[in-house]
Design a protein around this ligand. Sequence first.
Ligand code: CO
Ligand code: CO
Length: 327
Amino acid sequence: MEDLGEVLSHLPHAQDPNLLVGTATGDDAAVYRLAEGVLTVHTADFFPPIVDDAYDFGAIAAVNALSDVYAMGGRPLIALNIACFPEDLPRETLGRILRGAGDAAREAGVVIGGGHTVKDAELKFGLAVTGVVEEASLLTNAGARPGDALVLTKPVGTGIITTAAKAQQCGEETLAEAVRTMRLLNRAASEAAVAAGARAATDVTGFGLIGHLTGMMRASGASAQVRLSSVPLLPGTRELLERGFAPGGTRANLDAANATTAWDAQLSEDDRLLLCDAQTSGGLLIAVAQERLGALEAELAARGADGAAVGAVAERRADGALVAASV
Ligand code: CO
Ligand code: CO
């Protein structure tokens, strides 16, 4: 579930007191209190192919959908396939997509209980996911506090790299590394965030690092600082950007970010595009109290997960900017 900025104003704000997280905060998934102490997490996410290989596409779409449950500090349990499938595509392609998704779900300990397929001119695939979360473990967009450190658990650049790959202009190794990170479950990052006592997280997807950070700051009533030099980039990202490969979504993200971001004048147009690159199945962006940063880094390392401290949360800026970006 991705609802940011202007889109939010069109959504009805549900009144059910059992809906603990709904549309108001642009969070990654809805959280519902089923009974005292039993919270369920719900999300649906599907999109057109971002890579040519049908198996990889299915796996990445599944990992991306599961990520919204992990971003809430939850544990996904059951998922349903959502497929829009052109009549002229071979059935084998759909089979490979479903196998990729099934393997990713199995790795996550998630059962696929069914799904629905419709005919459509454009192929799309994803999952609807249901999970559970402990109330004390809930990570929301509204939980960041001034003084928190910001930690990002995957490198940025998948939008730029997959755009170059579609134009056959991306080296095999560059694409393979991007696919490897998109295929990586955010489970370890989520468990580490919960274990370290973090209260806020989101996954970095279509709105890019700045866009999702902006959503978190809006919901938390704070402003953030982010340093480009601290943001891990996938190998080859900057070179492909310099050759002009940036998806339309990344450019649209930069246009949107200009309204709420204080840019350091030293940041070039390309620097700003990197911070706005539209990601698929990106990492978790975790806000954790500065004194718990070491604990989070240790919990990530213990699970074999990466984490880079990319900035900090501060009081809401006097100029109203939600994010300040520097070199
Ligand atoms: Co989503
Ligand atoms: Co999300």
